[in-house]
Design a binder for this molecule. Structure first.
Ligand SMILES: [Mn+2]
Length: 415
């Protein structure tokens, strides 16, 4: 099978980028080896949504087809057994059900995947035994079936978690990854604006969800990064409301929190839009407050700052402090009393992307900044979310093209 026939088998980047990621991870495993299993065909969810590769496996291998495994050994290994991809045989049955497939016998498979060596799955066990005989430590993902099998097969080896190793790689986005995230954000922003117009002429939340989904798919998104949230009125106070079944209440604010996935990377943008296209006075006061806080928090995103609530003086705590000075809540309470969630999260191949929580923000990281306030008794929820790239001296708002000023939103609703 000529390699050109299967562009969908590989991730969007050059084989050299994946090889460089593996080289970095191999530095981290010292004189241990790392074992990783890709997603299997027919796993739960496949029938509904199709097969999507496990994100850690996709990040490290660039291999997007099911049933693969990889093995990394220390860089000091002089032979080719440092960087191995194992593929299932592309037999008749497999070709019948899923179409053309590469396997280890495909001409040029190694060169084309960037792996030192591509082998048949039939050689997996003996290769693993040989390498495990050589190394004291074996890294794998602790929650995987593989971890249990390794523990059983190698009771005298240390089986360690590769999670932080992989997170420490995945946190830092390459130029190519940042471009992929920009593309996902552009599609997400187009879906947002479609949703705002749809809100003005729809009766139910699901009609808005249908319109924005149409916009995503026709622009080449593979799927939603998460279940889209179209939450009108008091529904907006349930943070991950995604039933989207309710009628749109006249003049209610509606939270639209959506993300397109494109080339394996996610966008995640939230805007809060008035049904009817005009903010009331009370809605304006609250919206303006959240928007000001969001802008000031974004201005604090820079290398060395911490994002999460576990660290004092973090960006999360700055948001809380700013909301604390605004007595606009129910019964004159500060708005901080109505901000129950974190200020943001890392964004990448997953919407809540792999990260090391002990790590400060550094250039190349992409995070969301999304303050929100929720006043269930008034039936008002407001959240404003942008996606931000940490740069050498501050940050760049990757979603800056999507309006968030009230006047701009009201104008866009009239289009
Ligand atoms: Mn988010």
């Amino acid at each position: 099978m000529p390699i050109e026939d299967l562009p969908s088998a590989r991730g969007p980047f050059a084989p050299s980028e994946y090889a460089a990621r593996r080289a970095r991870v191999r530095q981290g495993i010292g004189d241990g080896c790392l074992v990783l299993e890709g997603g299997a065909e027919g796993e739960r969810g496949d029938l509904r949504g199709g097969f999507f590769q496990d994100p850690c496996f996709a990040w490290l291998s660039g291999w997007l087809e099911p049933g693969a495994r990889l093995l990394l050994a220390p860089p000091a290994e002089a032979d080719s057994e440092g960087d191995l991809l194992f593929l299932p045989d592309a037999d008749q049955t497999r070709r019948l059900w899923t179409g053309p497939a590469w396997d280890a016998s495909t001409q040029g498979a190694a060169a084309s995947t960037g792996f030192g060596d591509v082998r048949r799955m039939a050689h997996w066990e003996e290769t693993l035994r040989r390498l495990a005989g050589r190394y004291e430590r074996i890294y794998c993902l602790p929650s995987s079936d593989m971890a249990a099998r390794l523990r059983q097969a190698f009771p005298f080896r240390e089986i360690l978690s590769a999670e932080l190793l992989l997170a420490n790689g995945r946190m830092y986005k390459s130029e190519a990854e940042i471009q992929a995230i920009r593309d996902a954000i552009a599609i997400t922003a187009a879906g947002q604006q479609r949703a705002w117009r749809s809100l003005q002429k729809s009766q139910f939340e699901y009609e808005v969800a249908a319109d924005l989904t149409h916009e995503f798919l026709r622009r080449g998104a593979e799927r939603h990064a998460f279940a889209p949230i179209v939450a009108s009125g008091a529904n907006a106070c349930a943070l991950h409301y995604s039933r989207n079944r309710a009628a749109l209440a006249a003049d209610a604010l509606t939270i639209v929190d959506i993300g397109a996935e494109r080339a394996g990377y996610c966008g995640d943008l939230t805007r809060t839009i008035p049904v009817g296209g005009v903010f009331s006075v009370r809605q304006s006061d609250l919206y303006q407050a959240v928007l000001e806080v969001q802008k000031r928090v974004i201005a604090a995103v820079r290398p060395g700052a911490y994002l999460g609530r576990q660290i004092p003086d973090s960006i999360h705590h700055l948001a809380v402090a700013l909301l604390d000075s605004l007595p606009l809540g129910e019964g004159g309470k500060p708005l901080s009393a109505h901000f129950p969630h974190g200020i943001g999260h890392h964004l990448g191949m997953e919407v809540h992307d792999a990260h090391d929580p002990a790590c400060a923000l550094q250039p190349g990281m992409v995070v969301t900044i999304e303050p929100g306030v929720y006043l269930p008794r008034e039936g008002i929820g407001i959240r404003i979310e942008d996606n931000v790239l940490v740069t050498l001296d501050g940050c760049e708002v990757l979603s800056a093209a999507l309006p968030k000023e009230m006047q701009e939103i009201e104008e866009a609703c009239r289009l």
